[in-house]
Design a binder for this molecule. Structure first.
Ligand code: ZN
Length: 265
């Protein structure tokens, strides 16, 4: 059955939502086919973080994610890291972006850049700042931008029990395995090799308590993921085109249609 239709930028109703819905906070549906009731906006100003591309207004999330980001930023500052740069979270009612990532739909996904901000940046600067590449794709290994600061941030990010998984480019996972596998930390397995994610990492949280229609993702295999699975990713660079392509509209849960029309209960 033909379930997919192209989401033209102008016709994606989710991208036109400017205020969160009423109702208690709930992540509805899947990470890549869902929506978000009762979203909260990450405060413009806070300790240890700055919001990227504020013009795009993709700084909404489930409150559990908001708290996670606030906590990560505070912890990072405490260990002496510069401000973290928070990228795409979700739109005001979640749902599919018109271009770019497929997920980030239910308020439980957030991109955080590997690049830090050494000083407070103006909104204009944050709308235009360039990402910093951490991978040398010719050699398929991390480059010199990937230092102990990035490792510390990733470790802090993955240690948190609210985190379900974190996507990183394969050479980044490899570098983390070389640094930490000997100590066998349980969080290392949460770092999942994937395409792209060489200038930012993507944090995904577990379905929160109270989100009865949140669909969990199939668990990843047990272990630290530093062996054969990672090696299979390292046979060739896992780069993705940086050209934005229009997304396809996924089949969303019925509750999302109600949310969009303002008729949710
Ligand atoms: Zn992402």
């Amino acid at each position: 059955m033909y379930q997919w239709i192209l989401v033209a930028a102008m016709s994606n109703p989710w991208a036109q939502q400017v205020t969160p819905s009423h109702g208690s906070a709930e992540a509805i549906g899947g990470y890549a086919a869902g929506c978000l009731q009762g979203a909260v906006a990450l405060p413009e100003n806070g300790t240890g973080y700055q919001i990227l591309r504020p013009r795009q207004k993709r700084f909404y999330s489930h409150p559990v994610m908001e708290q996670y980001v606030l906590d990560l930023a505070r912890q990072s500052k405490k260990v002496g890291l510069p401000d973290i740069l928070v990228g795409d979270m979700a739109m005001a009612k979640g749902g599919p972006f018109s271009t770019g990532h497929r997920s980030h739909q239910s308020g439980l996904d957030t991109d955080i850049w590997f690049r830090f901000a050494g000083k407070p940046l103006s909104a204009a600067a944050r709308n235009n700042i360039k990402a910093q590449e951490m991978v040398d794709f010719r050699r398929n290994r991390v480059n010199k931008n990937f230092s102990s600061q990035q490792m510390t941030l990733l470790k802090l990010a993955a240690q948190d029990p609210r985190v379900e998984r974190i996507f990183v480019n394969p050479p980044i996972k490899k570098a983390m395995c070389e640094q930490f596998a000997a100590s066998g930390p349980s969080w290392l397995g949460k770092l999942r090799p994937w395409f792209g994610h060489s200038a930012h990492f993507h944090v995904r949280l577990h379905c929160p308590v109270g989100s009865r229609d949140c669909e969990p993702q199939k668990p990843f295999p047990p272990g630290d993921g530093c062996g054969a699975e990672l090696d299979s990713w390292l046979t060739k660079p896992a780069r993705v085109s940086s050209k934005p392509v229009p997304n396809r509209m996924p089949q969303l849960p019925e509750r999302c249609e109600l949310l969009l029309s303002g008729k949710q209960r």
